[in-house]
Design a protein. Sequence first.
Length: 298
Amino acid sequence: MPSDNLAASFRGISVRYGDVTALDGLDLDIPARGVFGLLGRNGAGKTTAIRALVGLVQPFSGTLEVFGGDPAISGWNTERISVLFAEDGLLPPLTVEENLTVWARLHGVRWREATSLAGAVLESTGIAGYSGTKVKELSTGNRRLAALARTFMLPSDMVMLDEPTSSLDPVRADEVRRAIGRLAESRLVLLSTHNLNEAEELCDRVAIIDGGRLVVSGPPGELERMPDRYMVRTESGGLEFRGSRLEPSSNGSVVVECGDPAADVLAELLAAGNRITEFRPYRKNLSGVFMDLTGGGS
């Protein structure tokens, strides 16, 4: 069972869709508080991991615990998780406030409490002035903020946000990020994003997954400071290092973890007979780490 400091724990989780393996023995811990970023290229397994967290897909192997329970079991408490997908599901004919209060009422919140809560959440997202505006009359940015506000209406322990700033101009995207920061103070926000600058700004911790497996996890600042790690490419793909055969990741590179100076590591690799075509330390920002580990953009 996850500790009080964990919201979810993946242990050897594998999910297949026919002949396609979406998650391949994923091991991942998700903390119970703060903003946690789930990063990866298209097809890396992010969406499948999110669907598993809310019980929409069932792993064929491994164990998954979310708040101490199995989300794939009927009757699991789904009220502990709120999700904002790309399609926001707002009702265009209703006002912003009506969308929020109706959503809360559908989940058992009393009307007076729902109305009060809607006002507070709209204030936190910066669109209190649009509470009486019909959703169909909102700009794209304000509609996204309204959807974000609705996601935070329920007393959930985990809020999942899938690309919350996609298609927004820089000003509105910044407003959404500030709102997320304010609203995330009392619960976990799981942020799935292709915007690495956004992840670096918002996230307390991130996990990069590739090929359905965890590549690396930790605070962005720590991932950016990895002087003891080197990216290596060889003519054969893998390489020999200190008596072990290291195989390449999906992008064709091998991670060598060693605290020795770069020149000494390179000389040792060459002496072992490796035909090296590329050798360099990790780059010093999250975007660079992501590119190094996954072989390209998202």
